[in-house]
Every structure is written in C-alpha cells, then in structure tokens.
Design a protein around this ligand. Structure first.
Ligand code: TPP
Length: 562
C-alpha cells in the first residue's frame, strides 16, 4: 500500500527527527498503528527514528530512560492506548524522579470516543500529569508539532524529566497539509551570579573541611569535566550520591574520592559530610538521599550549585543557591580560588578517612557454605573485568548496595543506578541501551535473582539485536533479600520474601543467549573471563552468601531507621 498523502503520524515522526531523536522504543497496538507504519516504512526521503520493539512497554520506558542518561539527548518511547500506556507508568515515574529527559507518545481512542466507555480507553494525560513535567492530549492535528516542541522543552528543562503526549487515533490518522516545526533554539544558562561565586570562594577559603556532594544533575559530562578541572588544582574531597557515580577520574581518585552515600547513614562519606563545615552540593536532588539522613542534626552549612532551586526541608536550608550552568559556575569558582590550598590538618584528616574507605572494600567474613561467594569478592571480580569504557547498570536489591558502595567507576554515567525510585527491573534494559549506544564496549547488568526476572524476557530482544551484554545475577536462593534483611532488622522476622527457583542458565539458553554458572568460588574469575570473552548476550549465575547483609544497615551515625 503506497499512500502519498501526509497524516498526523508523519508530523509526529518529522517532529521527532527535528528534535534529534534517532532511536525509539515501544510496542504497537491498533490505536497507534499508523505511527508504527510510518516509523518502519517512512515515505521516500523521510527520515525516521529506528524503532526497537521490546517485549514489555515498561522495558521500552526503561530503555528510553537509559538512552537519555547516557547520551544527554531525549529518550523516546511509544505505546498503544489503555494497557499500553498503563505499562509505561513505572518507567515514566522513574525517569521523572531521576532527572532523565524522556518523551512518551501514547495512543488514544478517537476524539469522539474520549468521553464514553470505549474499548482500551483511559484518561492517559490525567494519569501521567502528576508524575511528569508535561502531560497533554493533542486535540487538533495542526497542534501536533507545537505540542511536541513543548514536550521536548519540558523534558529538557532546568530539572529534566518525563513528558507524555496522548495521541488520539483520528489525530494520528488525520490528513494534514502542514509541515513539522523545526526545533526551537535551546534556552541557555550562564554561570551563577559573579558576586555569589566570589562569596562562595571566600567561604571555601575559610572552611576547614569543605566537601563537594555530587548528585544526579552534577553528573553530566560537562559538569564533571569542570569539576575535575577544579579538583586538579585544589583536591577538595568529593562524595558521590549513587547517581553521581563516575564524577572522579582514576587520576583524581586517591586525593578526592571519598565514597558514595545513599540509603543508610553509615558510610565514610556520611561521616565526612557530618564533620564538614561547608557542604557544596552539585546538582544534588533530595530524592536521591533525603537530607534528613545525611544532615540528621540539621546543622550543616550548605551552598548549592544547580540548574534549579532546591526543595527546602527541615534538614536542607541552603545558605546560598547558585543557580546557573554548573560547568560555567565551577570554572568561575576555579578562577576565584586561584592560589588556595587545603590546610595541612585537613589533608591529614582526609588521609584517615581514606584509609577507612579502602579497608571497607575487603571481604570481612568467610562464607557459611563452601560454594557461596562473599559479596565483596564478587564486586572485586566484576571490577577486574570492567574497563573504563564499559557501562555497568545496577538493578535494585542487596547486590546494589554492595556495588554502589564498593564498585569504582571513573567516567560519568558509566555506573547507572536507579536511586530516586529504586525501581526493580531496570538492570537488564538499561544495559541493553548502553550496548546499543556504546557498541564498542561490553555492557554489564548486575541484578538479584528476583529482580532479574522482572525484565528477564527482554533477553530475547538483546539476542534479536545482537547486543554484547553480560548480565550478572547474584543468586541467594530466590529471596527478596534487601527487603528481607531490613524486615529482620525491624521485626526480627520477615514476610513475603521467598520465591521458588528458576534455572538461570536454562532460562538464558532458551532465548538463544549464553548461560554460565559459578559452581564454586574458585571458578569466579574463569567464568567471568569466559563471559566477557563471549559475543552476544551472556547471563552469569553467581551464588552469594548474604548471611551478613543485616550489617549493611547497621552502625548508623545517629539513629536513622525507617
Ligand atoms: C518495582 C519494585 N517493586 C518492589 C520493590 C521493593 N524491593 C526492593 S529490593 C527488592 C528485592 C530484590 O530482590 P533480588 O532481586 O533477589 O535482589 P537481592 O536483594 O536478593 O540482592 C524488592 C522487592 C522495588 N524496589 N521496586
């Protein structure tokens, strides 16, 4: 069927192209099939993003989110009406919470059916309004392109996040005579106010223990490059949130990296923050690790560097908010700090913190059963197989606590962690996107034996696309361990945390992937050698000893359970 007329779907596709979208993830259905037709069979001369068909809309959303986080461009996804858009909810909520710029296009029933009971009809724009930066339904084909322009602008605003567009079937199908609008110029920010930066420099010079806390927005390539330029001159201590991972290069690690903070206030970074007399947050968002945890006593002196104003709460009252382009602000700060050095007692104190940080990486108990691996031995083995160009995506669970605390990452956005929403199931889809957009390096996912199966069937998509992924599954005999150990800490018993077994190797093989198992700790290295040397998707089953995991939540600085 060759149709030379232009339809709403063409304007959608052309608008995506005009905004630089070259990859889109999704699953079709009747209400949005013309858009899929146009994506896969564009007209002569028409450019269209490459369509990646997933096995679940939630995973399409996760993949688009990872695309945004890795590339700094907008992630895009597409789903049909009703259950299709419903399945996007967790993905959009996660992207929005974690500052990843994504745009979702959802099919909708024709306009005449919007206000009556109709098959697969749901008020999607209302559904997404509270969990996105922008959520609208297009009511006229002539508005498609401007609405899409506004959706891209909202997703890429000072606090990046998700945008949702509901596309009624008859708008998608409508004949149009107009053309898609080109993308408008991006709004640009300069550095924060000169006097504020000069004041901050003065405060830093007077401080005994100034500490930088790098968060989600501070982990962009540009902000990290500028931070590293400053640290190369004055090696200030830096603490990363989980989403701030990779802010410190190998060269700067010894002097400036003081670990990551998140979940429980018991890390070296927490102690450092507690003792700091000036905390400078860089693109930190409260959803990553609430201020009531790391500033429990509400007595820290805080200055923010960010693109957006902070959320004020009882434990986060910045004394100055320096809003602007973070890289430009940091470069000005570097100029204002010329000639400054850290006092000798500060350097000595940091040396003590550093020794504690390194000691914490060593395995500290013997696994209870001979075939089980100590979590830190697994972290170490993964570290030895991952090069700086590889991306590592974590799922959620106890394995993620071990990895977030102990796994080093030296390049921004190469250790991907869901920490605003802690959404189970992101590990594999995120690793698949990394393999798609960074094809020259292997991409690694680390999951628990329960969370892996939240998105496990997507392994077929990885096989179909020929992706070089290594999925490492920490096997604790099918428990939701992260929930289990916290319940045990609270109630001295657990509930709802035991599942039945799945043969991970056979599961992988059934989809055409390679499945490997570490039968005893002495095989850990050789099995990982094999996994990283194998082409295409590989899944590795590693039995772990979680018997000491309650210690992960122990030794809190001040009391902070809950
Ligand atoms: C979508 C979603 N559902 C539930 C949770 C709560 N949750 C957090 S970790 C976890 C258990 C994960 O178990 P597993 O994948 O086996 O990892 P482990 O903790 O055993 O390492 C659960 C249920 C969540 N974070 N996200």
């Amino acid at each position: 069927m060759t149709d030379t007329k232009k339809h709403g779907a063409d304007i959608v596709v052309d608008s995506l192209t005009n905004h630089g979208v070259d990859l889109i993830f999704g699953i079709p259905g009747a209400k949005i099939d013309r858009l899929f037709e146009t994506l896969e069979h564009p007209a002569d001369g028409q450019k269209a993003p490459k369509l990646v068909v997933t096995r679940h809309e939630q995973n399409a959303a996760f993949m688009a989110q990872a695309f945004a986080r890795i590339t700094g461009k907008t992630g895009a996804m597409i789903a049909t009406s009703g259950p299709g858009v419903g399945n996007l909810v967790t993905g959009l909520m996660t992207a929005n919470a974690e500052g990843d710029a994504v745009i979702a296009i959802g099919g909708q029933v024709p306009r005449k059916d919007l206000y009556r009971l109709t098959h697969q009809s749901t008020p999607a724009a209302q559904l997404f309004a509270p969990i996105t930066r922008y959520s609208v339904e297009i009511q006229d084909p002539n508005n498609i392109s401007e609405i899409m322009g506004n959706a891209f602008a909202a997703a890429n605003g000072p606090k990046p996040g998700a945008a949702f567009i509901s596309l009624p079937q008859d708008v998608d199908d409508a004949e149009v005579t107009t053309s898609a609008l080109p993308a408008a110029a991006d709004p640009k920010m300069g550095a924060a106010a000169t006097t504020d930066l000069a004041n901050l420099a003065d405060r830093i010079k007077q401080a005994k223990l100034p500490v930088f806390l790098v968060g989600m927005r501070g982990s962009s390539d540009e902000a990290v490059a500028a931070l590293q330029e400053l640290l190369a001159v004055i090696p200030f201590p830096v603490v990363e949130t989980f989403q701030g991972s990779g802010a410190i290069s190998r060269e700067l690690e010894a002097e400036t990296f003081f670990g990551r903070v998140g979940l429980f206030r018991n890390q070296i970074g927490d102690k450092l923050l507690q003792q700091s007399d000036l905390v400078i947050t860089l693109g930190y968002d409260a959803i990553e690790y609430e201020p009531r945890n790391w500033n429990k006593e509400a007595n820290l002196h805080i200055v923010t560097l960010d693109t957006t104003a902070a959320q004020i709460d009882n434990n986060f009252l910045p004394e100055a908010q320096l809003i602007g382009d973070m890289a430009a602000s940091l470069r000005q700060l570097k100029t204002d700090l010329v000639g400054h050095t850290l006092p000798a007692e500060t350097v000595a104190k940091l040396g003590e913190f550093k020794a504690e940080l390194l000691a914490a990486d060593e395995p500290n108990y013997t696994p209870a059963e001979a075939h089980l691996n100590h979590p830190l031995a697994v972290v170490k083995a993964i570290q030895e197989h991952v090069t700086d160009d590889m991306t590592v995506s974590l799922d959620i669970g106890s394995h993620y606590i071990w990895m977030a605390r102990h796994f080093r990452s030296y390049v921004p956005r190469h250790l991907l962690i869901s920490n605003g929403m802690q959404t189970l199931g992101v590990g594999l889809p995120w690793a698949m996107t990394a393999a798609l957009v960074r094809p020259d390096a292997k991409s690694v996912s680390v999951s628990g034996d329960s969370g892996f199966f939240f998105s496990g069937p997507e392994l077929e998509t990885a096989v179909r696309l020929g992706l070089n992924t290594v999925s490492i599954v920490w096997n604790d005999n099918y428990h939701y361990n992260m929930v289990e150990f916290q319940e045990e800490m609270k109630y001295d018993r657990s509930a709802g945390v035991k599942l039945g077994p799945i043969d991970i190797v056979k599961f992988a093989e059934s989809m055409g992937a390679t499945g490997l198992r570490v039968d005893s700790p002495d095989q850990l290295q050789s099995v990982l050698d094999q996994a990283f040397a194998t082409e295409g998707p590989v899944v590795v089953d590693i039995p772990v000893d979680y018997s000491h995991n309650y210690e992960l939540g122990g030794q809190l600085i001040g009391s902070q359970m809950g």
